[in-house]
Design a protein around this ligand. Structure first.
Ligand code: ATP
Ligand code: MG
Length: 395
């Protein structure tokens, strides 16, 4: 146990995928290989619906586990001890395993849970539990069995050649392996919502690219750095991706100069969507993703969302649509974006904010205002200002 470690990685929903199961498992193992590539000498092997990650004493197991727990599709991870599937050997290993737990964690009570995946193994599951439990009690004098509230669970998983002994499970986020569900373009602001929206879609297996609009010099360089910081946190889950950055100021100025003030926000949002659709097509993204949420702000009333949606033909995914703000904030904390999101930098949407935005816009009126502008030229100019930043995970 000391000179090498084994991690059992369980695939969550991946296991439910019927005939596609091998494909999903292969994709998941590939993702795990990718995130563990930086550690030299770690092996990732698929076997009997599980993924085994093995490494040496020189690796930081906690760090390896933390990295793997961020891979979508992983349900849970357990550090395990491996022995030959033989009752004598399992008993000895279980004693050694529990002695180590007593020393490290001061465990006093335990419960055994044994499972025989290999039905040709001569001892049945409940009997494995009883016999190994008895050996542990003899080998570890301070331990008592507590079937109701044990301080440690001793899991014994007997398989064909090897048996795995483990205690704890570190939960992953579940979901599906990245790359199993197309690619989407997320409209990424510096707020709380859009990084969560990106994360939620990626969790369903979707690769992402991101698009950010700024209004430089009204918005600062620091505001854009904040968005890059957020993107890097998201990249901790998704791997590297492109962040497209576009200056929206000329469009905002044209709208302010030519259209009714109370329609400014909606008109800007429709331009954002149209530009995003062009970038998405150029980058082979099949959907747009936003952090919009029903009723959260004036531009997200049902009526406003209908008018925004009408600007594009590409499907727009709004994974946060029915969540409460507190739920979104909790999720942001879980995934590590919250602290960065709440840093106080201006966003392009706060530039030229109308005093009384329209909350029940009529599409005809909005289209009439839009016709006062040379939309196509404005969009092309905006696309010409596009810069691309390659985002890599925060280390
Ligand atoms: P967030 O917390 O994501 O900023 P929000 O509640 O502030 O959301 P809005 O500012 O109305 O809401 O934006 C709604 C959505 O529009 C955002 O979630 C994001 O997807 C997109 N969006 C807003 N501002 C920008 C921007 N500057 N660049 C790219 N996308 C943006
Ligand atoms: Mg915002």
């Amino acid at each position: 146990m000391k000179d090498q470690f084994t991690l059992i990685v369980r695939c969550g929903e991946v296991a439910l995928k019927g005939l596609n199961k091998p494909y999903f498992e292969r994709m998941l193992a590939d993702r795990i290989r990718k995130v563990t590539k930086a550690y030299e000498g770690i092996s990732v092997v698929r076997s009997e619906g599980l993924i085994f990650v093995r490494g040496g004493a020189h690796h930081d197991v906690e760090k390896v586990m933390a990295d793997i727990s961020k891979v979508f599709g992983v349900a849970s991870i357990s550090p395990a001890m491996e022995v030959e599937s033989d009752m004598e050997k399992i008993g000895e290993a279980a004693v050694e395993f529990m002695l180590d737990l007593i020393e490290r964690k001061g465990v006093k009570t335990f419960k055994v849970e044994a499972k025989r995946a290999d039905k040709s193994f001569p001892v049945k599951s409940p009997d494995i539990g009883r016999q190994i439990g008895a050996k542990v009690l003899i080998g570890c004098k301070v331990l008592k069995v507590d079937v109701h509230k044990p301080e440690a669970m001793l899991f014994i998983d007997v398989r064909k050649d090897r048996t795995y002994i483990f205690e704890q499970k570190l939960s992953g986020f579940g979901g599906l392996p990245l790359g199993t569900n197309g690619k989407g373009l997320v409209l990424l602001s510096g707020g709380i919502d859009s990084p969560v929206a990106a994360w939620m879609m990626a969790k369903r297996g979707m690769l992402i690219e991101a698009l950010h609009f700024h209004s430089y010099p009204y918005t600062s360089e620091r505001a854009q750095e904040k968005v890059e910081d957020l993107a890097r946190i998201v990249a901790g889950y998704t791997g590297n991706f492109n962040l497209h950055v576009i200056n929206l100021l000329p469009i905002q100025e044209a709208i302010v100069a030519n259209c009714p003030e109370e329609e400014t926000t909606l008109l800007v949002r429709r331009f954002m969507m149209k530009i995003a659709e062009r970038v998405a097509k150029d980058r082979s993204c099949m959907m747009l993703i936003t952090g919009e949420n029903l009723g959260q702000v004036a531009s997200q009333t049902a009526e406003a969302l209908v008018v925004t949606d009408q600007a594009v033909t590409m499907p727009v995914m709004r994974p946060l649509i029915a969540m409460d703000k507190v739920e979104i904030m909790d999720r942001a904390r879980d995934i590590g974006t919250y602290e960065t999101s709440i840093l106080p930098y201006e966003d392009c949407c706060t530039v030229f904010l109308p005093k009384h935005p329209k909350t029940k816009p009529k599409l005809e009126a909005i289209l009439a205002s839009e016709s006062l502008l040379d939309g196509e030229t404005l969009i092309e100019k905006a696309l010409e200002s596009r810069e691309v930043v390659r985002i890599q995970p925060t280390l």
